[in-house]
Structures are given as C-alpha cells and as structure tokens.
Write a protein that binds this ligand. Sequence first.
Ligand SMILES: [Zn+2]
Length: 155
Amino acid sequence: MRPELEKRLEAEFPGFFDGLGGFECRDGWFDLVRGLTARIKAILPDGAPFRVSCVKEKFAALRYYWDCEGIDDATRDEVDWLIEEAESASCRTCEDCGRPGVPRSGGWFNTLCDEHAKGRKPASFERAPGMSKIDGVIEEHRLFGLPKWPRRQAP
Ligand SMILES: [Zn+2]
C-alpha cells in the first residue's frame, strides 16, 4: 500500500497498527481495511489494547491477524466475524482500484477487475498449485463461503 495511505490508517487508529511491518496488500483494499478497522474499533471496550499483527493478501483474499487481551469471547467472535466479512468482500474487490473484481489465476492469485486483470482468467481454486486438498477446501470456503455468523445461538 502507498505510504500515504498507510499513514492515514495509522493516524486514524492510534496504536492499532503499532508493530505492524507494513500493509502487504495494494491500494484498492484501503477502504476495506479502513472500514473493517472502524467497525472493530466501534465494538471494542474503551482502551482495549487491540493490535493488528498482519495485514496482507493471500490467495486473492485479505488476511487480517490481531490480538487483544482482556476482551470477552463474545467480542472476540464478533471481531472474527467482521474480519471474515471483510475477507469475503476482498474476493469481490479489485486489489488495485477497489472496483468490483473476481479472484484471478495466472501464476499467483489476486482479486482484480477486468481492467487490472489484463487478461488473467478467473481462478479455479481446486487446481491451485502447491495447495493440499484440505487447504483448498478451507481456502475455497474462506473465499466463496457465506459468513458463518452467528456461530452460536443468541442467548
Ligand atoms: Zn481494478
């Protein structure tokens, strides 16, 4: 991500990205990362020490890893669900420009719009190189599955 976009995220969410080596995805996902972080911030208790340890693209999807001590399981589940939603949305969002896109193959995987795909074909994840069958199923679920929320029945 461009340094000025990374600086905007760091300024808008003080502390959240301390210790993050960098945002390892392209500019088109800026709004996704920003929106996700804002939603997480809104459900955290005041002063919760939320830290994002990794933001990256992997197999055409956003990955967002985090840690936060002292929050309850329900809040943890809600954070995870928000992340799953954003990861799912990332597979429909061009990583270059933020417009609608689909996962593309072509040596590696990226979610791209028609313009930025530059001819790369929509991906078939069953044939992903170097991916075990189980990994493939998990990735396919992550990429194309519906959000699993609510995982627990509401009380
Ligand atoms: Zn694009």
